[in-house]
Design a binder for this molecule. Structure first.
Ligand code: TLP
Length: 346
């Protein structure tokens, strides 16, 4: 069998030969001078995909989020996010370090906040508070289990944001997973948002790259912050070519990753000591609780790695597995077999 089976993240995917060919053939120029035709094409394509005026190519999903937060806010503002949001928990405290913004966390269900929860967290405008100027949602929600924001909830939060004169940012690192699964268009979500991101280096299989999209004037200011952050790239059209290739070839197949995640979850649910509900698997992520194995997540992770299956522990007894275009259905079946062998010999 093909070991190791790497289920740590969809970020581990490597560019395919065809993607590398597209990269090799890319026309390039100096993107800081806006002379890279392939980046210009990608930014136009993504603006259209999201129904926004403009978009900006950046090196990472973290930079996409943090450039957006920096551009929408002033130091001393407050922003509302889910308690488990990536931009709050997994971007090196950049909201504080880079924007000087205070987070008002809301405990969403599987990462999904309701409009009522969000509205209740908006600060009244008086001298005791930093003004709430931004709300950020994440779709799909990573720590929420790869969960999908309902379109109606997105619309309801958008309505609250507009009514209060607050901006709504969407961390859409995996928005296309949600769209493929729910058979909706990206614009069904993004039309309720002021800005939105998309990552190419996750399930779409690119080596590097994300975009942030929004109104033209916002993107102009974001372009300056990208330069401040050191994200002004030069002949990066070779990276944009990979992203264009991914948009053309790797979107519909995200459904295969979701089917593999469901298969994996059903297999793991047969193991008595693993706690998970396969019905909660919505996209390409499977989380389970391993307390009843008698092992901490870090120990189970190590044992599984020795047996050839790689995964991440995300809490003392919580493990995450992610399916992606570099793992086949056969490897998923094999991974379940490895789990059974490791846990039966434990
Ligand atoms: N997520 C990574 C790790 O950081 C945990 C992963 O393996 O899932 N938004 C969301 C929803 C993300 O999941 C990630 C990456 C990012 C933003 C940041 O993207 P990068 O890693 O490109 O900075």
């Amino acid at each position: 069998m093909n070991l190791p089976i790497d289920l740590r993240s969809d970020t581990v995917t490597k560019p395919s030969p065809a993607m590398r060919q597209a990269m090799a053939n890319a026309e390039v120029g100096d993107d800081v001078a806006r002379e890279d035709p392939t980046i210009n094409r990608l930014e136009a394509l993504c603006a259209e995909l999201y129904g926004m005026e403009a978009s900006l190519f950046v090196p990472s999903g973290s930079m996409a989020n943090q450039v957006a937060i920096k551009t929408w806010t002033q130091a001393g503002d407050e922003m509302i996010v889910d308690l488990n949001a990536h931009c709050y928990n997994l971007e090196s405290a950049a909201i504080a370090a880079v924007s000087g913004v205070q987070v008002a966390p809301v405990e969403g269900k599987r990462g999904i906040m309701t409009a009522e929860q969000v509205e209740a967290r908006i600060r009244p405008r008086n001298v005791h508070h930093g003004p709430t100027t931004l709300i950020a949602i994440e779709n799909t929600h990573n720590r929420g289990g790869g969960s999908i924001y309902p379109v109606e909830t997105t619309a309801a939060i958008g309505e609250v944001a507009r009514r209060h004169g607050i901006r709504l940012h969407l961390d859409g690192a995996r928005l296309l997973n949600a769209c493929v699964e729910k058979r909706v268009r990206p614009t069904d979500y993004t039309r309720h948002c002021d800005s939105a991101t998309l990552c190419f280096s996750k399930g779409l299989g690119c080596p590097v790259g994300s975009v942030v999209a929004g109104p033209r004037e916002f993107i102009e200011r974001a372009r300056r912050w990208r330069k401040v952050f050191g994200g002004g790239m030069r002949q990066a059209g070779i990276l944009a070519a990979a992203a264009i290739y991914a948009l053309e070839h790797n979107v519909a197949r995200l459904a295969d990753d979701h089917a593999n995640a469901r298969l994996l979850a059903r297999g793991l649910a047969e193991i008595d000591t693993l706690d998970l509900n396969p019905d909660e698997v919505e996209t390409n992520m499977v989380f389970f609780d391993c307390r009843r194995t008698g092992m901490a997540a870090s120990e189970l992770k190590q044992r599984m790695a020795k047996a050839g299956v790689l995964m991440y522990d995300t809490a003392p007894y919580r493990i995450r597995l992610v399916t992606h275009l570099d793992v086949s259905r056969e490897q998923i079946i094999e991974a379940v077999g490895v789990f059974k062998r490791v846990l039966m010999s434990a």
